[in-house]
Write a protein that binds this ligand. Structure first.
Ligand SMILES: CC(=O)N[C@@H]([C@@H](O)[C@H](O)[C@H](O)CO)[C@@H](O)CC(=O)C(=O)O
Length: 307
């Protein structure tokens, strides 16, 4: 890689994709969205076109437009814009990787293809490598999310030896609950100065203890401020406060899950809490009842105001 690497750490918001009522991209929201994240949540890095952003439901052209808008509006304001480029077709992923490099993104990430699945970690490494060659100067992150892709072999197996085939490899975004595998990813990453970012927001404390370098998640869009307090308490060795915040956080997520928390409901919660118009989800996700989103938003606000 020809340029120096900014290590990805701290909280990263997995952003929602604002749509109009008619289901088209609503790029006018991106500028105010960035202001909201920085000023209200103290969150300065974003992960776009991922799960929360319904990236796999967008066209390649829409993904490019969105990535360009985030990079353009975020320039000089955001610390890092990471663009998820995972697709079913490697050609589409390569094109998105090339595009991300051309617009000044700070990094790219890929999930495993999930229709034709790689048979083993070697095949997945090869896929990631062939995408990375279209943006050889951009840090590449493997996005491990077996609950969505159904590709469940250990992320640590994917990392093993990857530096030999992908010079730009820079870490893993780990959305899974296997702490043994996560721990092995952290351990392997140490000698390469890679970042391991955790993606199960309600279990972050367990991952922090294992030494992850940050977290990428949907709830940091509207609870980033509180989780930043939790990270500070953790760094200061204040275990009681860290645990108390994590427990309260878990309570909010449990409440949300009992109401059927998914990307659709989450998106509406974001609209309710932030006042930004995120719009509906895209099919096959269905719009959710606003009353459920309002009930969760109230819990989020109570939690935020209580600290
Ligand atoms: C399966 C899923 O959507 N997980 C979320 C979490 O932030 C999740 O919404 C949160 O932990 C609440 O369960 C993130 O890991 C997803 C993410 O980072 C992304 O949008 O790419």
């Amino acid at each position: 890689m020809s340029r120096s690497i900014k290590k990805l750490t701290g909280l990263v918001a997995a952003t929602f994709t604002p749509l109009t009522a008619e289901g088209e991209l609503n790029l006018s929201v991106i500028g105010p969205y960035i202001e909201y994240l920085i000023e209200n949540q103290n969150v300065k890095s974003v992960f776009i076109n991922g799960t929360t952003g319904e990236g796999c439901s967008l066209t390649v052209d829409e993904r490019k437009q969105l990535a360009a808008a985030w990079c353009q509006h975020g320039k000089g304001k955001l610390e890092q814009v990471i663009v998820h480029v995972g697709c079913m077709s490697i050609k589409d992923s390569q094109e998105l990787a090339r595009h991300a490099a051309s617009i000044g993104a700070d990094g790219i990430a890929v999930i495993s293809p999930s229709y034709f699945k790689p048979v083993n970690a070697d095949a997945l490494r090869l896929f990631i490598k062939e995408v990375s060659t279209f943006a050889p100067d951009l840090p590449m992150y493997y996005y491990h999310i077996p609950s969505m892709t159904g590709v469940a072999f250990d992320a640590a197996d994917v990392l093993n030896g990857i530096e030999q085939v992908i010079p730009s490899f820079q870490g893993v975004k780990y959305t899974g609950t296997d702490l043994r595998d996560l721990g092995q990813c952290v351990c392997y990453s140490q000698s390469h100065n890679w970042s391991v970012l955790f993606g199960v927001d309600e279990q972050l404390l367990g991952a922090l203890v294992l030494g992850v370098h940050g977290a990428v998640g949907s709830t940091y869009n509207y609870l980033g401020c509180i989780v930043n307090k939790m990270l500070a308490a953790f760094d200061n060795g204040n275990h009681m406060q860290t645990r108390a915040l994590q427990f309260e956080f878990m309570e909010v997520i449990t409440f949300a899950k009992n109401l059927g928390f998914d990307v659709s409901l989450n998106k509406q919660v974001m609209s309710e809490v932030s006042g930004l118009a995120m719009g509906p989800p895209r099919l096959p996700l269905l719009p959710c009842p606003v009353s459920k989103a309002q009930a969760i938003a109230q819990k989020v606000k109570d939690f935020s105001q209580g600290h």
